[in-house]
Ligand binder design. Structure first.
Ligand code: FES
Length: 136
C-alpha cells in the first residue's frame, strides 16, 4: 500500500470514529427506550448518599445522578446535557452541575444557570419511603 493511500485510510478511520463518538450519545439521548426491562425501578438506601453527596446511576439506559441537596433533599437528574449530550458533573463545592464540553451550568433543580444548554436537565421520578430512595 502506498503511503498516500495508507494516510487516506487512516484519516477515514479517525473521521469515522470522531463522528461516531459524537453521534452515539446524541442518538441514545433522543431515541426512545421502552422495553419492559427498562421499566424497572432502582432502590437505594438513604444512607448511601449523605447530605451534599451524590450517586451516579443508570436509569432506562441513560446516566443520571441522585443528589442529596443540603436544604431540599433528594433529586434525580439526567446527566445528559441538553446542549449536545455531554455528561454533566456535580460540582459539590459550588452546588451546581457543570458540563465539561461547553461550560453549561445547571443548578441543583436542573435549571440552566449559564452557557448554551437550551433547557433544564430532565428530572426523573423519585420518592422516599422510610430509609429507601425509589427511582422510577
Ligand atoms: S454539551 Fe453541555 S454545554 Fe454543550
Amino acid at each position: 500500500m502506498k503511503r498516500r493511500n495508507f494516510l487516506k485510510a487512516l484519516m477515514g478511520v479517525f473521521g469515522t470514529v470522531s463522528v461516531a463518538s459524537f453521534a452515539y450519545p446524541l442518538i441514545r439521548y433522543l431515541a426512545p427506550s421502552g422495553s419492559a426491562a427498562d421499566q424497572k425501578k432502582i432502590v437505594l438506601s438513604k444512607q448511601e448518599i449523605p447530605i451534599g453527596g451524590s450517586k451516579v446511576i443508570v436509569f432506562h439506559e441513560r446516566p443520571a445522578i441522585v443528589i442529596n441537596r443540603p436544604d431540599k433533599g433528594f433529586i434525580v437528574l439526567s446527566k445528559v446535557c441538553t446542549h449536545l449530550g455531554c455528561l454533566v458533573e456535580y460540582a459539590k463545592d459550588r452546588n451546581v452541575l457543570v458540563c465539561p464540553c461547553h461550560a453549561g451550568t445547571f443548578d441543583l433543580e436542573g435549571n440552566v444557570i449559564s452557557g448554551p444548554p437550551p433547557k433544564p436537565l430532565p428530572k426523573l421520578p423519585l420518592r422516599v419511603e422510610g430509609e429507601q430512595i425509589i427511582i422510577g
